[in-house]
Design a protein around this ligand. Sequence first.
Ligand SMILES: O=C(O)CCC(=O)C(=O)O
Ligand SMILES: [Mn+2]
Length: 225
Amino acid sequence: MAYPSLPGASGDLFGAPDEEAPWDEPIAPGAVLLRRYACGRAPALLAAVKAIAAAAPFRHLETPGGQRMSVAMTNCGTQGWISDRRGYRYGAEDPLSGRPWPAMPDVFIDLAREAAARAGYADFAPQACLINLYRPGARLSLHQDRDELDLRAPIVSISLGLPAVFLFGGLQRNDRPRRFTVQHGDIAVWGGPSRLAFHGVAPLRDGTHPATGPSRVNLTFRKTA
Ligand SMILES: O=C(O)CCC(=O)C(=O)O
Ligand SMILES: [Mn+2]
């Protein structure tokens, strides 16, 4: 028999007493914020990020227009997202090393699948995990995730560390985006009618987080083909 859940507790009798129980916040048709859903697994996720970054270091990519991106990025999975003067694309190898991207750890795959299922997208099979590292001042301007061939699969996006303002707009670039503060352990999932919604991240404010120091880490899972 399962333990009855205790008010104010995480559901795990021995879990951190200050860990909040997660809750769902729908933000648009087909889009939801799974608040604090990743908190319990954050230490394992961050340990895996560290191991991935040791093999495929964070780097500031260049946009096709020649701008250095303020967010530092790396990838794991069978495909990784890259940008350079030639454009945006997915590739199986890290261009820095010529080797395949590090494998996607089970803790990533399991959580991404669970989050997608909770948001109504069964059988999500991510091929790429883009890992974004934000330092104070780093931002991601409004864009659509549209380099994937199969747009039926959702995007699953996990926030760790410092809070950020996630901008979530409509299907037109000039639809005014709404602003959602995303915190450590929050997961955004968007698909279906929102799959091509414009979104971005406002410049990261100064701060320090116990889990990540002066940074925010974002894991973005995608099915690429
Ligand atoms: O950092 C985030 O919350 C969003 C990341 C994102 O939109 C992307 O990598 O395409
Ligand atoms: Mn995006």
